[in-house]
Design a protein around this ligand. Sequence first.
Ligand SMILES: *[C@@H]1O[C@H](CO)[C@@H](O)[C@H](O)[C@H]1NC(C)=O
Length: 479
Amino acid sequence: MWSSAIFGSFARALIVALLLHIAPTDARQKCSLKARDQAVLHPVDHGPVPSPTSSTIIGTATVTFNGKPSASPIYNYSPYRYGMDKIRGVNIGGWLVLEPWITPSLFDATGNDKIIDEFTLGQYLDPGKAQTLLQQHWSTWITEDDFVQIAAAGLNHVRIPIGYWSIPLTSSDTKESTDSSPYVTGAWDFLLRAVSWANNHGLQVIIDLHGAPGSQNGYDNSGELTNNPVWAVNQGNISRTVDTIKFLAKTFGSDVGMIELLNEAAGFRGDDWANAVRQYWLDGYAAVRASGGQDVQVMIGEAFMGFDAWKNFLSYPGAQGVFMDYHEYQIFSHPELSRSYDDHINFACTYKPTLSTFSVTSLYTILGEWSNAITDCAKWLNGRWVGSRWDNTWYPSSDTQYHGSCDGYTGSYQGWSDSYKQFLRKYFEVQVEVGEAGQGWVFWTWKTESADEWSYQKGLEGGWIPQNPTDRRYPNICK
Ligand SMILES: *[C@@H]1O[C@H](CO)[C@@H](O)[C@H](O)[C@H]1NC(C)=O
């Protein structure tokens, strides 16, 4: 078991995870402090609100499924009005971009302990075997029935992460390389299929570019776990990303509700990164408007830089239809893990004025990722082979602290206490309240294999997520 190869990848994952998770957590804490201290801004006009349209077939997507091509009509019959209706949605995590903790069994099925993310899966697995494994995953992890369930749960949006490597740019689309190796390609057909499923069931899609060339943050969920992400410090990588957005905008236009330019860009890594992110938002916005028209919304992220960094940035009338994405987790440091149930609720409430103020004064803002987790106990949440801070199984660690056993906090909810489930309901409701103080929310994530506290689907089944997301057991939670 403890061969040097295994230990090598084990140690690498640990060290990388340790380095990475300390930095963003600190940045996150810093920005939340800043956000709470932010000065009162002046309200701005968000511009015209799109008017409802009637149902029309606006195009077709040609997809291949199980090797057979088929064409599904794309309907645009859901007259969702951005700026008037609250966004209520789920992320489709762990589907078209892999995360070891969402589907640990897929990583086990590789039979290779060095595979810790989608990049290494392509790198170390036989290409035929990798293609079979991923086709199997893509065609089963999420199906149209999930979209039926999501719509039935009263939700109106799905946010779908996709990696740059899955988007089939040709040399006519970019001056940069179109090479995707070592990644396995093929997820694109499923994205097309998902857009038509969403349209079939009245759901709006947020296409979320979750992995950029060179990695925009070094997290495994960017495709590549690395302590040396290079996206922002390499102009070729950035140009290719703008061209990728152009391709997405040209392909989908207003067939989707929103295009999110990039997930969790690591603006905390230094001025060069912060400046690159800022310029990329401007260029990405222009690319969407030039290739996708005026009707699709564009989402940027606060990039761990705090809301103050984005005052009046890309706001109307210089730009229009721009949203800000903020992510809220309270589990990636010991101080956060030390919070009591009430502390978690109260801390979430501190974002309420921040989101509402920024939404009124600069950009419509949503909580684009958040969950019910109050521990980091989900298996491999911190990386494949990496333990949890919560129960002190995160090695090597310079700041060890034991918060308790992971039993009863993750895995199947069947073994959870009533008081924990009651808290989860309250924690769900408070974050909904905070999100809706802005323009809404998108829960992370719809489905997980073995971490029910992160699963919207299991929350519905287990009762800590209401069948109707507007139901309140704890109205006006934030005093
Ligand atoms: C990102 O930039 C690096 C450094 O120039 C380059 O080697 C790499 O090929 C680029 N990545 C992609 C996927 O284009």
